[in-house]
Each structure stands twice: as structure tokens, then as C-alpha cells.
Design a protein around this ligand. Structure first.
Ligand code: CMC
Length: 379
């Protein structure tokens, strides 16, 4: 039997390659569901760890189940000597996403990861924030702070990074930020993870590859780019509209806008927008929230943008939230990775449950029949 005609779709736009029960993005409505539950409702009522349990297990945990899940994370938060050495001896100017990727990868070298897929996935969730916080401290010449058993992932990260507990609301906001990044369909990094899993490779390798994919500015890097754009705007003597007009004139993309699936708005951006407003009202310094609103307004009225269905995405307002909470700018993308680790691990487990090797094809458009050219005949 001959193979069916190949489907050609650059970038795999709108091609379905897997079934998932984990998250659903409806770009028209628009809405984001985790296991059927509206992510906006979860952001309002649930926590990152409870949502992680929901995504992994397909049902809300009872109190005992949630306590058990948290205890499993707590047991694994500390880094082995080998992983700690990698993080703590990384040069201070190393890119935090590279450090996080190396630390996650090394968990399976130094025995941090465990034997089963579930144990390894728990390790990834538990140790990511510890590794990131440790690098944040050692690059500034500070001693690392050990994780605490009585703090959840968000508060633990804050505590390990800043050496003190966050105030209650800040911990809650950080927790919501992680929750809002927990899963998002078959985006580039999740797809990368599933491709790796489809070869029957392990979950640590899959997450390591996914972190690499998230690092790119078209995917995870945009929250950092938004903050850098705001700081640059603030420093320049240009007003928001002339700054943006120049960017568009130069053919640049405005970070924090546009999405392959959402064409109306990104529901995660709505939640972050509310939080950004709250944080801005309670923080001294430049009014980032008003600047972002001005940017939004300008682009809404800009025909070239509006006609293409480009609206704010999750990264537009998340950056200023992190910034106001004292998260360093180059940690914004790693924070996205920490949150998304829930989805990556859940999607890898789902891939294992009904696996088929992912193997698309490429059309060869190069030359044919080119013979070997001996070295002394080459110019
Ligand atoms: N600013 C200006 N123009 C844009 C933007 C933008 N942010 N996004 C898309 N366009 C234009 C693009 O230049 C193209 O124009 P034309 O048709 O004239 O060539 C048109 O819109 C369609 O763009 P596309 O690249 O085909 O659209 P896409 O679906 O591949 O783009 C995207 C999705 C996120 C890569 C893109 O919108 C972008 O580069 N945004 C800026 C980076 C960003 O904010 N990334 C975070 C994504 S959300 C986080 C996540 O979930 O991963």
C-alpha cells in the first residue's frame, strides 16, 4: 500500500499531531482549560501545586492527596552535591536559562532524578526553583539558602532567592504566575518534549530539550524583551507612540503581542493585566502598568497590527509583575520554564501512554549528483 500524499505545512500551523486531555486552547472564544477547568478560575481559586496535581492526575486532590504530593516535592527540593556544584560554579554572567537547562539535565547524572518517570518528573518540578535561586545568589557572591519544608514552590523560590520570606500577597502572585504558565497545548517547547519522549527517551531529557526551545524570543523570551523595551522607553526621550511607530517602521515585532492560536486575546494576559495593575498601584517607581496600557491602546489603533489579529499575549503584563516582585529580568524566562515544567512532564507522561515515534519529513530542495571534490581541487 502506498503512503498517502504528504501534507506540507511550514511551521506545522494548524496540524494536529497528538490527542491530549491536559489543556485546551480555544483561540476563538478565547479560553484556556486545564483538564476541562478554566485556567482563569484556577488562577483565582487554586494554587500552582494543586493545579500540578490536577494536570498530572486528571482530578482535584483531596486534602490528604495534596499534602502527600507536597511532601513528595519537599523531599526532593535540595540539590545533590554534583548539581549544586554546576549551578554554584557557573560564571556570574552565564545565561540563567542555560544554567537551569544544565542543572535539570544533570539531575539524571548525579542521582537526583530517581528511578521511575514519576520520580524523575517530581525531581524536575522540585529542583528547578532551587537551582535557579541558588544561581541567583551565588552570581551575586551570596551564600545559597536551603529550601524549607513548610513553604510551597513559589514561596520557597522567593525565600531561597532573596534570603527572606515574601509577604503573603507576593507569594500568592508568584504562585499564580507559575500556575498560569503550567500548560498550553502543543506549543514549541512542549512539542519538543513530546518529540524527545516519542523516542522512548527519559523525562529529564525531554524537559532539558523543552527548556532549550522555550529560550527563544519567539516563545518564552518575550516577557524579558517586554521589560527591556519598557526600560529603554523610559530612558529614551521618546513618547510611547513614536517609540512604537519607529519599531514598526523598522520591521520589528513588538514583544508581548501576537499569538499563533489566540487572535482576540490571550486569557492569561487578562489575569496578568489585573495583577500588574494591583502591583503597580502598590509599588513606587515608574508606572509600568500605564505604559503598557498606552502600548496596548496604540497597537489597537494601529491598522497594520489590528488587521492581522495581533493582541496582547501572556508575556505583555507578566514581565512587570515579576520586575515589581524583585525577580531579576533574566530570570523571567526561567520562571516561565519552572511553571511550564508541570505541563512538560504531564505531556511527556501522556506521550508515553500512547506513543508513536514523531517523524515528519522534509522536502529535499538541494542539488543532486554532486561528486566528491578532492581537497587539492577545492578553491
Ligand atoms: N509585532 C508586530 N508584528 C507582528 C507581531 C508583533 N508582535 N506578531 C506578528 N506580527 C506580524 C508579522 O510580522 C506578520 O506580518 P506580515 O504578514 O506582514 O509578514 C504577521 O503579523 C503574522 O505573523 P506570523 O509570524 O505569521 O504569526 P505567528 O503566528 O507565527 O506569530 C508569534 C506568533 C508569537 C511568533 C508572533 O506574534 C511574535 O513574534 N510575537 C512577538 C514575540 C512574542 O510576544 N512571543 C510570545 C508568544 S506568547 C508565549 C507563548 O505562549 O509561547
Amino acid at each position: 500500500m502506498s503512503d498517502p500524499e504528504p501534507i506540507r505545512r511550514k511551521g506545522l500551523d494548524n496540524v494536529i499531531v497528538a490527542d491530549t486531555e491536559l489543556s485546551h486552547i480555544d483561540g476563538e472564544k478565547p479560553e484556556l482549560l486545564y483538564r476541562g477547568v478554566d485556567a482563569q478560575e484556577l488562577a483565582d481559586r487554586s494554587s500552582y501545586e494543586e493545579t500540578a496535581y490536577l494536570l498530572w492526575n486528571g482530578e482535584f486532590p483531596t486534602r490528604d492527596e495534596l499534602d502527600g504530593f507536597r511532601a513528595e516535592l519537599d523531599e526532593r527540593r535540595s540539590l545533590s552535591h554534583g548539581v549544586a556544584e554546576i549551578v554554584e560554579h557557573a560564571p556570574p554572567d552565564a545565561v540563567p536559562m542555560d544554567v537551569l537547562r544544565s542543572a535539570v539535565s544533570a539531575t539524571s547524572v548525579y542521582g537526583d532524578a530517581g528511578e521511575t518517570t514519576r520520580e524523575r518528573a517530581l525531581s524536575v518540578l522540585a529542583k528547578g526553583p532551587t537551582a535557579l535561586a541558588a544561581f541567583g545568589r551565588t552570581r551575586n557572591g551570596d551564600d545559597t539558602v536551603e529550601p524549607r519544608g513548610d513553604r510551597d514552590s513559589a514561596a520557597n523560590f522567593h525565600n531561597m532567592h532573596n534570603g527572606q520570606d515574601p509577604d503573603y500577597r507576593h507569594a500568592e502572585i508568584l504562585d499564580t504566575a507559575l500556575l498560569l504558565h503550567a500548560d498550553h497545548g502543543l506549543n514549541a517547547s512542549t512539542f519538543t518534549g513530546r518529540v524527545i519522549a516519542s523516542t522512548e527517551s527519559d523525562v529529564v531529557s525531554a524537559v532539558t530539550g523543552a527548556i532549550g526551545a522555550l529560550k527563544g524570543p519567539l516563545h518564552g523570551g518575550a516577557n524579558q524583551d517586554v521589560m527591556e523595551m519598557l526600560l529603554d522607553m523610559e530612558e529614551s526621550d521618546k513618547d510611547v507612540s513614536s517609540y512604537l511607530a519607529e519599531m514598526l517602521e523598522d520591521g520589528e515585532r513588538v514583544p508581548g503581542f501576537g499569538h499563533r492560536v489566540y487572535k482576540e486575546f490571550d486569557p492569561r494576559a487578562e489575569v496578568f493585566k489585573e495583577i500588574a495593575q494591583e502591583v503597580s498601584e502598590n509599588t513606587e517607581g515608574p508606572d509600568w502598568y500605564s505604559m503598557l496600557e498606552e502600548i496596548e491602546q496604540f497597537l489597537r489603533e494601529e491598522k497594520r497590527i489590528h488587521e492581522k489579529g495581533i493582541s496582547p499575549n501572556v508575556d505583555l503584563y507578566s514581565g512587570t509583575v515579576y520586575y515589581s516582585l524583585g525577580v531579576p529580568i533574566d530570570f523571567f524566562v526561567p520562571m516561565f520554564a519552572v511553571g511550564r515544567s508541570v505541563g512538560w512532564t504531564a505531556q511527556v507522561m501522556e506521550q508515553y501512554d500512547d506513543n508513536r515515534l514523531v517523524r515528519p519529513r522534509a522536502e529535499y530542495v538541494g542539488e543532486r549528483g554532486v561528486g566528491y571534490v578532492p581537497m587539492d581541487e577545492r578553491e
